[in-house]
Design a protein around this ligand. Sequence first.
Ligand SMILES: [Zn+2]
Length: 332
Amino acid sequence: MTGLVNPESIGLTLMHEHLIWDARPSDWRASEPGPEIQLCNCFRINYARLKVPRNFVCRSIEIVSQEVVKMIEAGGRTLVELSCGGLAPDPKGLMQIAQKTGAQIVMGCGYYQDSYQDRANESRSIDSFAEEITSQIVEGAWGTDVRAGIIGEIGCQVPWTALERRVLQGALIAQAETGASVNIHPGRHEDQPQQIAEFVVGNGGRIDRTILSHIDRTIFDVDRLLRLADTGCVIEFDLFGQEQGYYPWANIEPPNDAGRLRLIRALIKRGHLDRVVISHDICQLTRLTCYGGHGYVHIYENVIPLMRERGFSEREIDAILVDNPKRLLTFV
Ligand SMILES: [Zn+2]
C-alpha cells in the first residue's frame, strides 16, 4: 500500500478482504438504507429477513482501523483488499488505514461483476482493459499514485457475460505483463470455477497464479473440488466466520468453518497444500466485531486453534497463511 513490500516480511496474510467498500447490488443503490444495525436485529439481518442496504457499505476509516488493529494484536500482518472497480475502491483510504494500523495492505484492481460496472465499459476492448489494469499496477489506480499489488477480484457470473470475459482476458494480459496474480470471483454455479480455470489456460494465463474465490459457496463435493485443483489453480475458502447453514443468495448448503477445514484436508491429501488460501471476505458491516460479527481477527483467534485441534500441522498452517500468500503476492 505504502510501496513495495519485501516478500520476507509478509507474515500471516488474509487473501480476500474488503476494508472500504460499497457492495450493494446495482438495483439496491437507489433504495432506502434500511434500519440502523443493532443487537436486536443483527441476526435477522444476517438471515436476510430484513433488507438493509446500509449493511453492504462501509466508508469509515475509523471503524475499519479499529477492526484491523484487533487483527494485528492477534498476530495478523497483511491483508489483501479486493474492492476493485464496481465496489467503490478508495486507495487513499486504504493508505490511511495502513498508516494508522501498521497493517500491510495489498490492493486489488480491475473490475467486479458486469452489473456493478460503469456502463461505459460495455464498449471497451480487451486491450483497453489490459492497459488500464497494467497501469493500475505499474503507475497507480483510480486516479491516484497508489499501485495495486494483485489483480481482482475479477467478477464473473452465470450466465457469464461478454463484458466479464473481456475484462478477464484483459486481466490475463496484464498478468503476463506485470507478473501479478489474478483473483477471480466465480458465479454461483458448481461448474463455473472449472469453466473459468479452463478459460484461463486457454487464454494463456498463469493458472498457478490464478486464485478462484468463494469456493466454499460454490463447490460442495470433493470430486469436483479435486478436479478443479488438478488444473493447477489456487483454491480460496474465503467465507470463514460464516457459520450458518442458510445462504441468502442461492439455494445451497454452505459449510461451517469445520466443514471448510474438512474440504481443505481433502485437498492436502491429494497433494494440493500449495494451492490453498483462506480469508473472511468481509463485505457486510454485520461481520465486523463492532456490529456483532467475527471481524478480521477470527481466523487468528478461532480458526488457527481449530486447525490445530483438527490435526493441522504448523507447517500446513504456515503454508496456507504465509507461504502460499508470499508466493502469490510476489511479482514474477
Ligand atoms: Zn467476491
